[in-house]
Design a protein. Structure first.
Length: 451
Protein backbone atom coordinates (compact mmCIF):
# COMPACT_ATOMS: atom_id res chain seq x y z
CA UNK A 1 0.00 0.00 0.00
CA UNK A 2 1.34 3.40 -0.87
CA UNK A 3 2.48 5.75 1.86
CA UNK A 4 0.19 8.64 2.71
CA UNK A 5 0.84 11.80 0.78
CA UNK A 6 0.17 15.23 2.24
CA UNK A 7 -2.49 17.49 0.80
CA UNK A 8 -2.72 21.25 0.85
CA UNK A 9 -5.99 23.15 1.11
CA UNK A 10 -6.31 26.71 -0.15
CA UNK A 11 -6.05 29.16 2.72
CA UNK A 12 -9.52 30.63 2.19
CA UNK A 13 -11.16 27.17 2.23
CA UNK A 14 -13.41 28.08 -0.70
CA UNK A 15 -14.74 25.53 -3.12
CA UNK A 16 -14.70 27.11 -6.57
CA UNK A 17 -17.47 26.24 -9.00
CA UNK A 18 -16.79 24.90 -12.47
CA UNK A 19 -18.45 24.21 -15.77
CA UNK A 20 -19.84 20.82 -16.69
CA UNK A 21 -17.26 20.32 -19.42
CA UNK A 22 -14.04 20.21 -17.46
CA UNK A 23 -14.59 21.38 -13.86
CA UNK A 24 -11.02 22.69 -14.03
CA UNK A 25 -11.16 25.06 -11.10
CA UNK A 26 -12.67 22.57 -8.69
CA UNK A 27 -10.31 19.85 -9.81
CA UNK A 28 -7.33 21.91 -8.70
CA UNK A 29 -8.67 22.71 -5.26
CA UNK A 30 -6.12 20.26 -3.91
CA UNK A 31 -4.06 19.91 -7.06
CA UNK A 32 -0.86 18.01 -6.69
CA UNK A 33 1.56 16.16 -8.86
CA UNK A 34 2.23 12.48 -8.46
CA UNK A 35 0.52 9.16 -8.74
CA UNK A 36 -2.51 8.06 -6.70
CA UNK A 37 -1.94 4.44 -5.78
CA UNK A 38 -4.75 1.93 -5.23
CA UNK A 39 -3.93 1.98 -1.52
CA UNK A 40 -4.76 5.68 -1.29
CA UNK A 41 -8.05 5.14 -3.11
CA UNK A 42 -8.80 2.26 -0.74
CA UNK A 43 -8.33 4.54 2.28
CA UNK A 44 -10.87 6.97 0.84
CA UNK A 45 -13.31 4.11 0.23
CA UNK A 46 -12.95 2.73 3.78
CA UNK A 47 -13.39 6.14 5.43
CA UNK A 48 -16.42 7.00 3.33
CA UNK A 49 -18.16 3.68 3.77
CA UNK A 50 -17.46 3.43 7.51
CA UNK A 51 -19.09 6.81 8.15
CA UNK A 52 -22.13 5.92 6.02
CA UNK A 53 -22.58 2.56 7.75
CA UNK A 54 -22.33 4.16 11.17
CA UNK A 55 -25.20 6.48 10.20
CA UNK A 56 -27.06 3.48 8.83
CA UNK A 57 -26.78 1.37 11.98
CA UNK A 58 -27.50 4.22 14.37
CA UNK A 59 -30.84 4.69 12.64
CA UNK A 60 -31.46 0.94 12.38
CA UNK A 61 -30.90 0.34 16.09
CA UNK A 62 -33.03 3.33 17.03
CA UNK A 63 -35.78 1.89 14.81
CA UNK A 64 -35.92 -1.07 17.18
CA UNK A 65 -35.02 0.38 20.57
CA UNK A 66 -36.44 3.91 20.42
CA UNK A 67 -38.86 4.84 17.67
CA UNK A 68 -41.68 2.37 18.52
CA UNK A 69 -42.00 3.96 21.98
CA UNK A 70 -41.18 7.56 21.07
CA UNK A 71 -43.09 7.96 17.80
CA UNK A 72 -45.68 5.16 17.92
CA UNK A 73 -46.79 4.98 21.57
CA UNK A 74 -50.40 4.54 20.42
CA UNK A 75 -49.57 1.06 19.09
CA UNK A 76 -48.41 -2.10 20.82
CA UNK A 77 -44.71 -2.97 20.70
CA UNK A 78 -44.96 -5.22 17.63
CA UNK A 79 -47.06 -2.85 15.56
CA UNK A 80 -44.91 0.10 16.60
CA UNK A 81 -41.79 -1.72 15.47
CA UNK A 82 -43.37 -2.68 12.16
CA UNK A 83 -44.38 0.95 11.56
CA UNK A 84 -40.86 1.98 12.44
CA UNK A 85 -39.48 -0.48 9.88
CA UNK A 86 -41.77 1.00 7.21
CA UNK A 87 -40.10 4.38 7.71
CA UNK A 88 -36.73 2.60 7.83
CA UNK A 89 -37.37 1.41 4.26
CA UNK A 90 -38.00 4.96 2.97
CA UNK A 91 -34.27 5.62 2.64
CA UNK A 92 -33.83 2.68 0.29
CA UNK A 93 -36.74 3.84 -1.85
CA UNK A 94 -35.28 7.35 -2.02
CA UNK A 95 -31.70 6.31 -2.71
CA UNK A 96 -31.95 5.81 -6.52
CA UNK A 97 -33.64 9.20 -6.86
CA UNK A 98 -30.78 10.75 -4.90
CA UNK A 99 -28.27 9.12 -7.21
CA UNK A 100 -30.01 10.51 -10.30
CA UNK A 101 -30.48 14.02 -8.85
CA UNK A 102 -26.90 14.37 -7.65
CA UNK A 103 -25.50 12.96 -10.90
CA UNK A 104 -27.20 15.94 -12.55
CA UNK A 105 -25.50 18.28 -10.07
CA UNK A 106 -22.14 16.71 -10.88
CA UNK A 107 -22.67 17.13 -14.62
CA UNK A 108 -23.73 20.75 -14.18
CA UNK A 109 -21.13 21.77 -11.60
CA UNK A 110 -18.53 19.37 -10.18
CA UNK A 111 -18.15 16.09 -8.32
CA UNK A 112 -16.68 17.98 -5.35
CA UNK A 113 -19.79 20.10 -4.95
CA UNK A 114 -21.99 17.04 -5.37
CA UNK A 115 -20.17 15.13 -2.64
CA UNK A 116 -20.14 18.09 -0.28
CA UNK A 117 -23.87 18.75 -0.69
CA UNK A 118 -24.73 15.06 -0.32
CA UNK A 119 -22.75 14.61 2.88
CA UNK A 120 -24.05 17.87 4.32
CA UNK A 121 -27.59 16.65 3.61
CA UNK A 122 -26.78 13.33 5.24
CA UNK A 123 -25.35 15.05 8.29
CA UNK A 124 -28.23 17.51 8.56
CA UNK A 125 -30.83 14.75 8.23
CA UNK A 126 -29.09 12.65 10.85
CA UNK A 127 -28.63 15.53 13.30
CA UNK A 128 -32.20 16.64 12.63
CA UNK A 129 -33.46 13.30 13.96
CA UNK A 130 -31.62 14.00 17.21
CA UNK A 131 -33.68 17.18 17.69
CA UNK A 132 -37.05 15.69 16.75
CA UNK A 133 -39.92 16.26 19.21
CA UNK A 134 -41.71 13.11 20.32
CA UNK A 135 -45.22 12.05 19.38
CA UNK A 136 -46.47 13.14 22.80
CA UNK A 137 -45.33 16.71 22.20
CA UNK A 138 -45.98 17.11 18.45
CA UNK A 139 -48.39 14.35 17.46
CA UNK A 140 -48.53 13.01 13.91
CA UNK A 141 -46.27 15.83 12.73
CA UNK A 142 -43.35 14.15 14.52
CA UNK A 143 -43.86 11.00 12.43
CA UNK A 144 -44.03 13.07 9.23
CA UNK A 145 -40.80 14.86 10.14
CA UNK A 146 -39.09 11.55 10.93
CA UNK A 147 -40.18 10.22 7.54
CA UNK A 148 -38.88 13.31 5.73
CA UNK A 149 -35.53 13.14 7.49
CA UNK A 150 -35.26 9.44 6.69
CA UNK A 151 -35.95 10.21 3.04
CA UNK A 152 -33.27 12.91 3.26
CA UNK A 153 -30.80 10.29 4.47
CA UNK A 154 -31.65 8.06 1.52
CA UNK A 155 -31.32 10.85 -1.03
CA UNK A 156 -27.99 11.85 0.49
CA UNK A 157 -26.65 8.29 0.44
CA UNK A 158 -27.49 8.04 -3.23
CA UNK A 159 -25.82 11.37 -3.89
CA UNK A 160 -22.66 10.49 -1.98
CA UNK A 161 -21.48 8.10 -4.71
CA UNK A 162 -17.95 9.28 -5.51
CA UNK A 163 -16.81 6.63 -7.98
CA UNK A 164 -14.04 5.49 -5.65
CA UNK A 165 -15.09 1.81 -5.60
CA UNK A 166 -15.20 1.66 -9.41
CA UNK A 167 -11.89 3.49 -9.68
CA UNK A 168 -10.38 1.15 -7.12
CA UNK A 169 -11.59 -1.92 -9.04
CA UNK A 170 -10.08 -0.60 -12.26
CA UNK A 171 -6.82 0.60 -10.66
CA UNK A 172 -6.10 -2.50 -8.58
CA UNK A 173 -3.71 -5.12 -9.95
CA UNK A 174 -5.55 -7.84 -11.86
CA UNK A 175 -4.55 -10.55 -9.37
CA UNK A 176 -5.53 -8.46 -6.32
CA UNK A 177 -8.96 -7.16 -7.28
CA UNK A 178 -10.74 -9.37 -4.78
CA UNK A 179 -8.52 -7.99 -2.02
CA UNK A 180 -9.13 -4.36 -2.94
CA UNK A 181 -12.85 -4.98 -3.48
CA UNK A 182 -13.29 -6.12 0.11
CA UNK A 183 -11.65 -3.03 1.66
CA UNK A 184 -14.68 -0.79 1.28
CA UNK A 185 -16.93 -3.52 2.67
CA UNK A 186 -15.03 -3.34 5.96
CA UNK A 187 -17.02 -0.19 6.64
CA UNK A 188 -20.10 -2.29 7.48
CA UNK A 189 -18.71 -4.22 10.48
CA UNK A 190 -16.75 -1.19 11.67
CA UNK A 191 -19.88 0.97 11.55
CA UNK A 192 -21.91 -1.69 13.34
CA UNK A 193 -19.35 -2.14 16.12
CA UNK A 194 -19.18 1.59 16.87
CA UNK A 195 -22.96 2.09 16.71
CA UNK A 196 -23.59 -1.08 18.72
CA UNK A 197 -21.07 -0.01 21.32
CA UNK A 198 -22.78 3.34 21.79
CA UNK A 199 -26.26 1.87 22.16
CA UNK A 200 -25.00 -0.95 24.38
CA UNK A 201 -23.39 1.52 26.75
CA UNK A 202 -26.39 3.85 26.79
CA UNK A 203 -28.92 1.08 27.45
CA UNK A 204 -26.69 -0.28 30.22
CA UNK A 205 -25.77 3.02 31.90
CA UNK A 206 -29.12 4.83 31.68
CA UNK A 207 -32.52 4.01 33.02
CA UNK A 208 -35.16 3.14 30.43
CA UNK A 209 -36.82 6.51 31.09
CA UNK A 210 -33.63 8.53 30.58
CA UNK A 211 -32.64 6.53 27.51
CA UNK A 212 -36.00 7.12 25.81
CA UNK A 213 -36.08 10.75 26.93
CA UNK A 214 -32.67 11.98 25.83
CA UNK A 215 -30.02 9.24 25.77
CA UNK A 216 -30.96 7.88 22.35
CA UNK A 217 -30.26 11.27 20.74
CA UNK A 218 -26.53 11.19 21.51
CA UNK A 219 -25.53 8.65 18.78
CA UNK A 220 -27.16 10.88 16.16
CA UNK A 221 -24.99 13.81 17.26
CA UNK A 222 -21.93 11.57 17.04
CA UNK A 223 -23.00 10.50 13.54
CA UNK A 224 -23.13 14.14 12.45
CA UNK A 225 -19.59 14.76 13.76
CA UNK A 226 -18.28 11.65 11.98
CA UNK A 227 -19.88 12.84 8.74
CA UNK A 228 -18.00 16.13 8.94
CA UNK A 229 -14.68 14.34 9.39
CA UNK A 230 -15.47 11.92 6.56
CA UNK A 231 -16.45 14.80 4.28
CA UNK A 232 -13.03 16.43 4.47
CA UNK A 233 -11.19 13.11 4.34
CA UNK A 234 -12.93 12.20 1.09
CA UNK A 235 -12.64 15.67 -0.42
CA UNK A 236 -8.88 15.56 0.10
CA UNK A 237 -8.75 12.74 -2.43
CA UNK A 238 -11.74 13.44 -4.68
CA UNK A 239 -10.73 17.04 -5.35
CA UNK A 240 -7.21 16.30 -6.57
CA UNK A 241 -6.31 16.79 -10.20
CA UNK A 242 -4.83 13.28 -10.34
CA UNK A 243 -8.11 11.75 -9.15
CA UNK A 244 -9.99 13.62 -11.88
CA UNK A 245 -7.47 12.47 -14.46
CA UNK A 246 -7.89 8.85 -13.42
CA UNK A 247 -11.68 9.12 -13.67
CA UNK A 248 -11.44 10.75 -17.08
CA UNK A 249 -9.04 8.10 -18.38
CA UNK A 250 -11.48 5.38 -17.41
CA UNK A 251 -14.53 7.32 -18.62
CA UNK A 252 -16.01 7.28 -15.10
CA UNK A 253 -18.46 10.11 -15.60
CA UNK A 254 -22.24 10.41 -15.16
CA UNK A 255 -24.29 9.26 -18.13
CA UNK A 256 -27.89 9.68 -19.16
CA UNK A 257 -29.96 7.45 -16.90
CA UNK A 258 -32.72 6.85 -19.45
CA UNK A 259 -30.22 5.82 -22.12
CA UNK A 260 -28.32 3.63 -19.68
CA UNK A 261 -31.49 1.92 -18.44
CA UNK A 262 -32.58 1.22 -22.01
CA UNK A 263 -29.23 -0.18 -23.14
CA UNK A 264 -27.95 -1.67 -19.88
CA UNK A 265 -31.14 -2.80 -18.16
CA UNK A 266 -30.03 -6.43 -18.23
CA UNK A 267 -26.77 -5.64 -16.47
CA UNK A 268 -28.56 -3.51 -13.87
CA UNK A 269 -30.93 -6.36 -13.05
CA UNK A 270 -28.22 -9.02 -12.87
CA UNK A 271 -26.04 -6.75 -10.75
CA UNK A 272 -28.87 -6.06 -8.31
CA UNK A 273 -29.71 -9.74 -7.90
CA UNK A 274 -26.23 -11.27 -7.94
CA UNK A 275 -25.52 -10.47 -4.30
CA UNK A 276 -29.12 -10.71 -3.09
CA UNK A 277 -28.31 -13.51 -0.62
CA UNK A 278 -25.72 -11.34 1.06
CA UNK A 279 -27.95 -8.27 1.24
CA UNK A 280 -30.86 -10.30 2.64
CA UNK A 281 -28.62 -11.86 5.27
CA UNK A 282 -27.28 -8.39 6.11
CA UNK A 283 -30.42 -7.34 7.99
CA UNK A 284 -31.34 -10.79 9.20
CA UNK A 285 -28.28 -10.89 11.48
CA UNK A 286 -28.16 -7.19 12.42
CA UNK A 287 -31.60 -5.54 12.65
CA UNK A 288 -34.07 -8.44 12.72
CA UNK A 289 -32.63 -10.41 15.68
CA UNK A 290 -32.41 -7.23 17.73
CA UNK A 291 -36.11 -6.61 17.14
CA UNK A 292 -36.97 -10.25 17.89
CA UNK A 293 -35.05 -10.20 21.18
CA UNK A 294 -36.53 -6.87 22.26
CA UNK A 295 -40.06 -8.17 21.65
CA UNK A 296 -39.94 -11.84 22.61
CA UNK A 297 -37.00 -12.38 24.94
CA UNK A 298 -35.95 -11.38 28.44
CA UNK A 299 -32.29 -11.11 27.39
CA UNK A 300 -30.50 -7.90 28.23
CA UNK A 301 -30.42 -5.65 25.16
CA UNK A 302 -27.03 -4.32 26.17
CA UNK A 303 -25.56 -7.83 26.42
CA UNK A 304 -27.19 -8.91 23.17
CA UNK A 305 -25.63 -5.92 21.39
CA UNK A 306 -22.23 -6.95 22.75
CA UNK A 307 -22.79 -10.41 21.27
CA UNK A 308 -23.67 -8.83 17.94
CA UNK A 309 -20.51 -6.71 18.13
CA UNK A 310 -18.47 -9.89 18.57
CA UNK A 311 -20.24 -11.27 15.52
CA UNK A 312 -19.44 -8.10 13.58
CA UNK A 313 -15.76 -8.43 14.50
CA UNK A 314 -15.83 -11.97 13.08
CA UNK A 315 -17.59 -10.58 10.01
CA UNK A 316 -14.70 -8.15 9.54
CA UNK A 317 -12.30 -11.11 9.58
CA UNK A 318 -14.57 -12.83 7.06
CA UNK A 319 -14.48 -9.77 4.79
CA UNK A 320 -10.67 -9.87 4.79
CA UNK A 321 -10.62 -13.62 4.10
CA UNK A 322 -13.06 -13.11 1.23
CA UNK A 323 -10.49 -10.95 -0.53
CA UNK A 324 -7.87 -13.69 -0.33
CA UNK A 325 -10.31 -16.38 -1.47
CA UNK A 326 -11.71 -14.30 -4.33
CA UNK A 327 -8.24 -13.62 -5.72
CA UNK A 328 -7.61 -17.35 -5.76
CA UNK A 329 -10.91 -18.73 -7.12
CA UNK A 330 -12.66 -15.64 -8.54
CA UNK A 331 -15.19 -13.20 -7.12
CA UNK A 332 -18.25 -14.70 -8.78
CA UNK A 333 -17.32 -18.22 -7.73
CA UNK A 334 -16.92 -16.92 -4.19
CA UNK A 335 -20.35 -15.29 -4.28
CA UNK A 336 -21.97 -18.40 -5.71
CA UNK A 337 -20.42 -20.68 -3.11
CA UNK A 338 -21.47 -18.39 -0.27
CA UNK A 339 -25.00 -18.18 -1.67
CA UNK A 340 -25.18 -21.98 -1.41
CA UNK A 341 -23.92 -21.85 2.18
CA UNK A 342 -26.46 -19.14 3.04
CA UNK A 343 -29.18 -21.35 1.57
CA UNK A 344 -28.10 -24.16 3.89
CA UNK A 345 -27.90 -21.77 6.85
CA UNK A 346 -31.44 -20.55 6.18
CA UNK A 347 -32.81 -23.96 7.13
CA UNK A 348 -31.45 -23.63 10.68
CA UNK A 349 -32.90 -20.18 11.45
CA UNK A 350 -36.01 -21.37 13.40
CA UNK A 351 -34.10 -23.95 15.44
CA UNK A 352 -31.36 -21.51 16.42
CA UNK A 353 -33.54 -18.49 17.15
CA UNK A 354 -35.82 -20.69 19.28
CA UNK A 355 -32.84 -22.38 20.94
CA UNK A 356 -32.41 -20.01 23.86
CA UNK A 357 -29.31 -17.90 24.41
CA UNK A 358 -26.95 -20.58 23.12
CA UNK A 359 -28.92 -21.10 19.91
CA UNK A 360 -29.27 -17.36 19.35
CA UNK A 361 -25.55 -16.83 19.90
CA UNK A 362 -24.72 -19.60 17.41
CA UNK A 363 -27.13 -17.97 14.94
CA UNK A 364 -25.31 -14.65 15.32
CA UNK A 365 -21.81 -16.10 15.06
CA UNK A 366 -22.52 -18.26 12.01
CA UNK A 367 -24.66 -15.56 10.38
CA UNK A 368 -22.05 -12.83 10.79
CA UNK A 369 -19.25 -15.08 9.52
CA UNK A 370 -21.26 -15.94 6.41
CA UNK A 371 -22.17 -12.27 6.02
CA UNK A 372 -18.53 -11.21 6.12
CA UNK A 373 -17.42 -13.83 3.63
CA UNK A 374 -20.23 -13.02 1.18
CA UNK A 375 -20.57 -9.27 1.68
CA UNK A 376 -16.84 -8.82 1.24
CA UNK A 377 -17.30 -9.47 -2.49
CA UNK A 378 -20.88 -8.27 -2.90
CA UNK A 379 -20.08 -4.79 -4.22
CA UNK A 380 -19.76 -4.57 -7.97
CA UNK A 381 -19.21 -8.25 -8.61
CA UNK A 382 -20.71 -7.96 -12.08
CA UNK A 383 -20.30 -4.24 -12.81
CA UNK A 384 -17.47 -5.15 -15.16
CA UNK A 385 -20.31 -6.03 -17.53
CA UNK A 386 -20.95 -2.33 -18.07
CA UNK A 387 -19.11 -0.61 -20.93
CA UNK A 388 -16.71 2.04 -19.65
CA UNK A 389 -19.02 4.99 -20.36
CA UNK A 390 -21.83 3.47 -18.27
CA UNK A 391 -19.81 2.07 -15.38
CA UNK A 392 -19.87 5.14 -13.11
CA UNK A 393 -23.65 5.52 -13.15
CA UNK A 394 -24.27 1.80 -13.57
CA UNK A 395 -22.29 0.87 -10.47
CA UNK A 396 -24.16 3.47 -8.39
CA UNK A 397 -27.62 2.37 -9.54
CA UNK A 398 -26.73 -1.32 -9.21
CA UNK A 399 -25.81 -0.72 -5.58
CA UNK A 400 -29.02 1.26 -4.99
CA UNK A 401 -31.19 -1.46 -6.49
CA UNK A 402 -29.37 -4.24 -4.63
CA UNK A 403 -30.02 -2.48 -1.31
CA UNK A 404 -33.63 -1.81 -2.22
CA UNK A 405 -34.47 -5.33 -3.43
CA UNK A 406 -32.34 -7.27 -0.98
CA UNK A 407 -32.26 -5.28 2.23
CA UNK A 408 -34.65 -2.34 2.27
CA UNK A 409 -37.71 -4.24 3.42
CA UNK A 410 -35.91 -7.20 5.04
CA UNK A 411 -36.51 -6.18 8.69
CA UNK A 412 -40.17 -5.40 8.01
CA UNK A 413 -40.80 -8.64 6.09
CA UNK A 414 -38.81 -10.86 8.46
CA UNK A 415 -40.43 -9.49 11.63
CA UNK A 416 -43.91 -9.44 10.11
CA UNK A 417 -43.67 -13.01 8.81
CA UNK A 418 -42.10 -14.44 11.94
CA UNK A 419 -44.55 -12.69 14.29
CA UNK A 420 -47.65 -13.79 12.39
CA UNK A 421 -46.63 -17.10 10.81
CA UNK A 422 -43.47 -18.30 12.53
CA UNK A 423 -39.71 -18.21 12.06
CA UNK A 424 -39.88 -20.83 9.29
CA UNK A 425 -40.97 -18.05 6.94
CA UNK A 426 -37.76 -16.17 7.67
CA UNK A 427 -35.95 -19.25 6.39
CA UNK A 428 -37.99 -19.15 3.19
CA UNK A 429 -37.26 -15.45 2.77
CA UNK A 430 -33.50 -15.96 3.15
CA UNK A 431 -33.57 -19.03 0.91
CA UNK A 432 -35.30 -17.04 -1.82
CA UNK A 433 -32.47 -14.50 -1.72
CA UNK A 434 -29.89 -17.25 -2.12
CA UNK A 435 -31.79 -18.76 -5.05
CA UNK A 436 -32.03 -15.37 -6.78
CA UNK A 437 -28.28 -14.84 -6.34
CA UNK A 438 -27.45 -18.21 -7.86
CA UNK A 439 -29.86 -17.62 -10.75
CA UNK A 440 -28.39 -14.17 -11.49
CA UNK A 441 -24.80 -15.43 -11.35
CA UNK A 442 -25.69 -18.37 -13.60
CA UNK A 443 -27.44 -16.08 -16.07
CA UNK A 444 -24.49 -13.74 -16.07
CA UNK A 445 -22.13 -16.61 -16.81
CA UNK A 446 -24.37 -17.95 -19.58
CA UNK A 447 -24.59 -14.53 -21.22
CA UNK A 448 -20.81 -14.13 -21.03
CA UNK A 449 -20.33 -17.46 -22.81
CA UNK A 450 -22.92 -16.59 -25.45
CA UNK A 451 -21.43 -13.14 -26.03
Amino acid sequence: MATTTSYAFPTNGALPSSSSSNSNSARHINARDGHIAPGEIAIGVVIGRASEYFDFFVYAMASVLVFPSVFFPFKDALQGTLYSFVIFAFAFLARPFGTIAFMAIQKRFSRELKLMLALLLLGASTAGIAFLPTYESLGVASIILLSLLRIGQGVALGGSWDGLPSLLALSAPQHRRGWYAMLGQLGAPVGFIVAGGLFSYLTYALSAEDFLSWGWRYPFFVAFAINVVALFARLRLVSTAEYSRLLDERELEPTNVVEMTRTQGRNLLIGALAALASYALFHLVTVFPLSWISLYSLRSISEFLVMQMIGAALAAVGVVISGLVADRVGRRTTLGTLACLIAVFSGFVPMLMNGGELGQNIFLILGFILLGLSYGQAAGAVTANFPAKYRYTGAALTSDLAWLVGAGFAPLVALGLSAHFGLAYVSIYLLSGAVCSLAALSLNRALEIRD
